[in-house]
Structures are given as structure tokens and as C-alpha cells.
Design a protein around this ligand. Structure first.
Ligand SMILES: Cc1cc2nc3c(=O)[nH]c(=O)nc-3n(C[C@H](O)[C@H](O)[C@H](O)COP(=O)(O)O)c2cc1C
Length: 234
């Protein structure tokens, strides 16, 4: 099973997003998946120029000469995509959005009705896809992820990919400092690993583990107090 994971945190493997992503990928590898991990901060991917040349003139080839030349074939041929991103400004990071936009060469310019909505049929071949979203954010409320979930689910529907679930960790920075201070948060990373195993063995992820990953670890009042105190001390 070919898996392509893309982490768009500029903090790469030192970030809060990696704390959830990495055990998840370990679980997948343990179950026998062939996993490749890329960081957007290592890639030079320019914004889409919006000329639709890939759809109307060059049959699925973007005219820009940057890293998307070799990343797009990996996206096309992977069977599972893992989109890992911190919440930035209520959505995915800029580099993740740029990468998603640059997937336009995969879409035929024609349109068809799919599940009651007008969508583009895939232009490129590749295999059928499953998509997992992995995200962390600063605030403790799960609603913080709502705009991103709507976005990624709709992108899946447009790409004809199956949305297999989301590993969502609110209060990401609080989780990281609790881990550093020896607080009992290990169950979160164990659950992330379990979901990786599950996705490969069973083809799906159970709610039970997703709930553990998102479980409350700190109250709103405590976050407010810690953050405001830190800001005042600086
Ligand atoms: C530019 C920027 C925008 C952010 N926007 C939000 C936001 O809208 N909501 C939120 O809860 N956290 C926000 N955060 C906090 C990050 O999502 C959070 O710290 C995350 O865990 C960082 O992940 P990382 O360590 O993998 O980079 C923002 C952080 C930055 C730097």
C-alpha cells in the first residue's frame, strides 16, 4: 500500500502536528505500508497561476518548473494521502493550500454529476485514494477544525477520493508542554499509532481512537490563564 504523507508545519518533525502524525505513520509502516513523508518547507512549490494550461493545452502537465513536477506523480500514484497541517488562520497553512491548488492538473476540465453535485472527472489515471487529515491547533475547542474539515472533505469529493477520517488535536501546544513535563498524555500518541495500524489492516479508522486523540486535556480557563500570564511576563 503506497502512502504519501505531506506535513505543512514549518516546525517539521519538531512540531505539535508531527507528535500526532509520526506515531500514525509508524503504525502504518508496522502494518506493512510503504510510507513516504514530505515537508512542504523542503519543497519549492509556486502558487497556481490560474491559466488552466494544464487542463486546456498541456493535458495534465503544469507549465511551471518547480518541485510539483516530481511531487504530483507521487500524489497521483499513492493509494493513501495523509494531509498533515497545523491550523493557520482557521484553515490549512498557506503552503498546504498552494499544494492543493497545484493538484489542478489531476482534474479534467469537463464536468459531470457525481453524488448530485457537478464535479470534474479525474484527468490523470492513478489509483483510487483514501485521504486522512491530521491537524493540531492552539485553541482547545474542536470547532476550531470545522472550516478545515469542510474544505478537505469537499476537496476529496472533487478529487473522487474517499475521506477516511481526521486525527484532530486541539490545544496542541498544551499537549506538547504536558508531554515535556511528564503529564499522562501517552495514550494520545498510542491511539494515533493504533489508527495507522487500523487504516492498513481494516481499511478504516475507528471513532474510539479518534476520540482519544482529541480528548480534553486542559480547560479553557487554564489555557487562558497560562497564555495570558506568559504574554504578560514577556
Ligand atoms: C500563523 C499562525 C496562525 C495560527 N492560527 C491558529 C488558529 O486560527 N486557530 C488555532 O487554534 N491555532 C492557530 N495557530 C496555532 C497552531 O495551530 C498550533 O500552535 C499548532 O499546534 C502548531 O503546530 P506545529 O507545531 O506542528 O507547527 C496558529 C499559529 C500560527 C503560527
Amino acid at each position: 500500500m503506497k502512502v504519501l504523507a505531506i506535513n505543512s508545519s514549518p516546525n517539521k518533525d519538531k512540531g505539535n502536528t508531527a507528535l500526532i502524525l509520526n506515531p500514525f505513520l509508524e503504525g502504518m509502516k508496522e502494518a506493512g505500508a510503504d510510507v513516504e513523508l514530505l515537508y512542504t518547507s523542503d519543497l519549492k512549490i509556486n502558487p497556481c497561476m490560474g491559466d488552466h494550461a494544464c487542463q486546456f493545452r498541456t493535458q495534465g502537465i503544469c507549465i511551471q518548473d518547480d518541485d510539483m513536477k516530481w511531487v504530483l506523480p507521487k500524489i497521483i500514484w499513492a493509494e493513501i494521502w495523509i494531509w498533515a497541517t497545523p491550523v493557520y488562520g482557521s484553515g490549512v497553512t498557506g503552503p498546504m493550500k498552494t499544494l492543493i491548488d497545484r493538484m489542478l492538473p489531476m482534474a479534467n476540465a469537463m464536468i459531470e454529476v457525481r453524488n448530485g453535485r457537478l464535479r470534474h472527472p479525474p484527468l490523470t489515471k492513478g489509483k483510487s485514494k483514501k485521504v486522512v487529515l491530521i491537524s493540531t491547533c492552539g485553541f482547545p475547542e474542536m470547532e476550531t477544525f470545522d472550516p478545515m474539515l469542510v474544505h478537505i472533505k469537499d476537496k476529496c469529493a472533487n478529487t473522487n477520493a474517499e475521506f477516511s477520517g481526521a486525527l484532530l488535536r486541539p490545544a496542541g501546544p498544551a499537549m506538547a508542554s504536558m508531554l515535556k513535563n511528564g503529564a499522562p498524555v501517552k495514550d494520545i500518541f498510542d491511539a494515533a499509532r493504533e489508527t495507522g495500524l487500523q487504516l492498513i489492516y481494516d481499511g478504516k479508522i475507528s471513532e474510539k481512537y479518534l476520540k482519544i486523540i482529541s480528548r480534553p486535556i486542559i480547560s479553557k480557563e487554564a489555557i487562558m490563564e497560562i497564555v495570558n500570564r506568559n504574554v504578560q511576563e514577556k
